[in-house]
Design a protein around this ligand. Structure first.
Ligand SMILES: [Zn+2]
Length: 388
């Protein structure tokens, strides 16, 4: 349980919404339907910090969550995502002059992003991740991986730049990671899901148990300031779904702070207004999709979901168990043949749709629409595509 705001430690919070039963891991899939149906559940009690605007799950229990090689959340199977990752790596190399440098990535997953930034800039990389799988991961002369958490024993390593993508939102105590990183004294790039996208653009399938924290631009900036960093860039990226932050350890001169003054991405009053209506708007969106899916079933139309990531698992888990959807498609071969936690749909490869011939395909992220449309056409399936 989180008694205080994980960003500013303030105790005053306002309720946003409660989801009593959510799968603990959306990115852990199961080898049988029976095992999937028995997957562990946890409670989401989403609140808003009155002091810093941070959103968090105060019912989060760290002990329930585990990261190991069974945990799979790579987005690198998507061409759209690879293009984005390449752009970001190129920009970081240029802005921070990353050539022949030592790069640390905390939470490197399979190592794809680290490889990219090291190959493009001829850098050396060290990646840490408890979910790193040596058999599936990348091996290269300039890359070194550790299956485990980065901790203070590694501080003496040479480190010129720090990358940390989609880690902070998983931590019950994110400030502890920043304190560790602060001891390195190197510039950094952090990326997290954008809570503004969830609230404003109704990205409701991103509210998952694995994330105790939902950073708004204000709360992300706040935690870095508290950690004695100077934030130099803070942007909404990847269709505004992520927040990308660059910072360096604060030097005790006001010159640097003044130099990097930026505009706020949202005013506090606007954020409060979005939060006040979120519960209602989310409930309406869930109800609408529930009706649509039952309508498809009543009119004998077969629909499948495309994308067995956290959005897919969350979508399926938002409805009662007997949802008339049998399959979920995913291009990641590691996921195919496995089952979604709690609802038990089987994950199938795109090719399997040739035989199944669905009437409709539901996507949960409009960013992938054009790449999925071409994949659907290429396999000769004429289904209608919906975006939830
Ligand atoms: Zn706070």
């Amino acid at each position: 349980m989180l008694k205080h705001c994980p960003v500013c430690e303030h105790p005053s919070t306002s309720k946003i919404l409660r989801i009593p039963e959510a799968p603990v891991h959306c990115n852990r899939l199961y080898g049988s339907r029976k095992a999937a149906l028995a997957a562990p559940i946890g409670e989401i009690d989403l609140v808003y910090c009155e002091n810093c605007g941070h959103i968090f799950n105060r019912a989060f229990d760290e002990a329930l969550v585990a990261y190991d090689p069974e945990y799979e959340n790579s987005l690198f199977h998507s061409a759209r995502f690879r293009e984005y990752a390449r752009d970001i790596a190129g920009e970081l190399i240029e802005r921070h002059n990353l050539h022949n440098k030592d790069i640390l990535e905390i939470g490197c997953g399979g190592g794809d992003f680290l490889k990219l930034i090291c190959d493009l800039g001829e850098n050396r990389g060290r990646g840490f991740d408890p979910a790193y799988d040596a058999e599936q991961g990348i091996a290269a002369k300039n890359l070194h991986f550790v299956r485990g958490y980065f901790d203070e024993t590694y501080l003496p390593m040479p480190i010129d730049f720090i990358v940390c993508r989609h880690v902070l939102e998983h931590l019950a105590a994110p400030a502890e990671l920043l304190a560790l990183v602060r001891a390195i004294s190197a510039p950094l790039f952090f990326e997290v899901p954008n809570a503004l996208y969830t609230l404003r653009d109704l990205g409701i399938w991103d509210v998952i148990y694995e994330h105790p924290s939902y950073f708004t631009p204000a709360s992300l900036q706040h935690i870095f300031k508290r950690g004695e960093f100077s934030v130099t860039r803070l942007n909404e990226v990847y269709g505004k779904q992520f927040l990308a932050l660059e910072a360096h350890p604060e030097r005790k001169t006001s010159v640097i702070l003044a130099k990097y003054k930026r505009e706020k991405l949202i005013q506090e009053s606007e954020l409060r207004a979005l939060i006040a209506t979120f519960k209602q708007r989310r409930a309406e969106k869930v109800a609408l999709w529930g009706q649509k899916i039952h309508h498809f079933a009543e009119s004998a139309q077969k629909v499948v979901l495309w994308g067995a990531g956290s959005k897919g698992a969350t979508f399926l888990n938002s409805f009662a168990k007997n949802l008339p959807i049998e399959f979920i498609v995913d291009i990641n071969p590691r996921k195919q043949g496995l089952f979604i936690p709690r609802t038990g749909q089987e994950i199938i490869p795109p090719d399997a749709l040739k035989k199944y011939q669905p009437d409709g395909i539901i996507l949960l992220n409009s960013l992938y629409e054009s790449e999925i449309r071409s994949q659907v056409e290429a396999i000769g399936v004429r289904a209608k595509i919906y975006i939830a």
